[in-house]
Ligand binder design. Structure first.
Ligand SMILES: [Zn+2]
Length: 63
């Protein structure tokens, strides 16, 4: 199951990485032409949950 790790907009894989400067985690679409990104999460798990919520919001708006 990789649904928590794909971009809500384009279904490309999204990477979760840490940001040492701010000591937070971020997720980012691997497709650089796609602007989907989220940042400022306190853990890798929270970043993934936020990615899932983003997907749900996005699908609710555009359904
Ligand atoms: Zn994307």
């Amino acid at each position: 199951m990789r649904w928590g790790w794909t971009c809500p907009r384009c279904e490309t894989d999204a990477s979760v990485s840490s940001d040492p400067a701010s000591e937070t985690f971020r997720w980012e679409c691997d497709d650089h032409s796609c602007e989907a990104v989220g940042f400022g999460f306190t853990s890798r798990r929270r970043a993934r949950l936020a990615l899932r919520e983003y997907r749900e919001r996005y699908q609710n708006v555009y359904r």
